[in-house]
Design a protein. Structure first.
Length: 365
């Protein structure tokens, strides 16, 4: 894991950037046998100024799926999601006075109270599920369904099991739908143009960060679509990567998204009071096998002025550690009526003595 940090008398801000299905070797600053040095230049810059280390529900709650009960993938027609009695870091930080935001892929529940706005995130722009859960053509546009979708939050007459995000075709196959983009609970585009999705996410991040009192701390969780569907690329990045294919171009675009969000924070004068955590929600497919591609994850923590740059830690850490760590750094208590599988690893970030004797070991059989 890689770290960078800042000191301030005010509560720090936090940005969690969750890449999707990015391989350990895709990031140049990590183990990269193909030396694709031009694909992720800004992430490499962050890594050189931070510290580096070896899903979504576990990130939000610091608890294993075996405890939360969410151990499978929610689909557009799934009625449930992350159980309502689970407390997300969004809820914890919101109660502590933070401005909370979520941008991008949510994928822990679609219907009603499972929406991000009901799970502690005041600001939301993005896709409630995976970008490949709607059909798309080779130009990067979602294909529309025969039904016309309403633009507000209510059920479609005759489809009591579904809400307005779904618009299933008459066969009831909910995978054939027009993929919707949401602002809050409102559908703002359907079919979604995925070729400009990254641009929309960066603009949403800018609005979230700048449209607040600077004395109000914020926490922003960004679920990137990269690299789950690496075929929809902004024209500016097509054919521009050293790798020379769509995957490399999408990596370059992902790097630009992270760079742009960091620059917004810098331009707002908040870089030295903002911890930025970059990791991924699992590698490529076959995560249920013994292959390490789905488990060994790139991660870095970047906090100019607080975390010494260029350090690499070999400690075993988990995405479940993020919630306890940022809560500790912010001086916020987590709910005490449950067992957490994540632990506070702030001492790793701050280069202080750390013991992993209580580290939860996860065995895949």
């Amino acid at each position: 894991m890689q770290v960078t940090q800042a000191t301030s008398s005010t509560q720090p801000n936090f940005v969690i950037l969750l890449m999707d299905d990015v391989g350990y070797g895709d990031i140049t600053s990590f183990w990269n046998p193909n030396n694709m040095s031009a694909s992720t230049p800004f992430i490499d810059h962050m890594a050189s100024n931070g510290i580096s280390a070896p899903s979504r529900a576990s990130l939000l709650t610091a608890r294993l799926g075996a405890r939360t009960g969410l151990n499978n993938i929610p689909y557009p027609s799934t009625r449930g999601g992350l159980p309502i009695n689970e407390t997300t870091f969004g809820e914890t930080f919101s109660k502590a006075g933070y401005k909370t935001g979520m941008i991008g892929k949510w994928h822990v529940g679609v219907q009603g109270d499972f929406h991000p706005n009901s799970r502690g995130f005041d600001f939301y722009t993005g896709l409630l599920y995976s970008p490949d859960m709607g059909c798309a053509d080779e130009k990067g546009y979602s294909l529309s369904s025969p039904d016309i979708c309403p633009n507000d939050w209510h059920e479609i007459p005759g489809y009591s099991d579904f809400n307005c995000y779904l618009c299933p075709i008459r066969t009831g196959n909910v995978d054939y739908q027009a993929l919707p983009l949401l602002n809050g609970r409102k559908v703002v585009e359907q079919p979604l143009n995925m070729t400009n999705l990254s641009l929309r996410y960066t603009k949403a991040a800018e609005v979230f960060i700048k449209d607040r009192e600077t004395t109000t701390p914020f926490i922003l969780y960004v679920g990137l679509q990269h690299m789950h569907v690496p075929f929809f690329i902004m024209p500016e990045f097509a054919g521009k990567s050293a790798r020379g294919d769509a995957y490399g171009d999408a990596l370059l675009e992902m790097d630009w998204v992270i760079d742009t969000i960091v620059k917004v924070i810098e331009d707002n004068g908040e870089a030295e009071n903002t911890l930025i955590w970059v990791t991924r929600g699992g590698g490529s497919a076959s995560k249920h096998t013994v292959w390490e591609g789905g488990h060994r994850m790139p991660a870095l923590a970047y906090w100019p002025g607080t975390i010494e740059g260029g350090r690499v830690s070999d400690e075993l850490v988990s995405m479940m550690d993020i919630y306890p760590t940022i809560a500790s750094l912010a001086g916020i208590d987590m709910p005490g009526n449950r067992i957490y599988d994540g632990i506070d690893i702030s001492n790793i970030l701050l280069d202080k003595p750390f013991s992993s004797k209580n580290r939860v070991r996860i065995c895949f059989l």
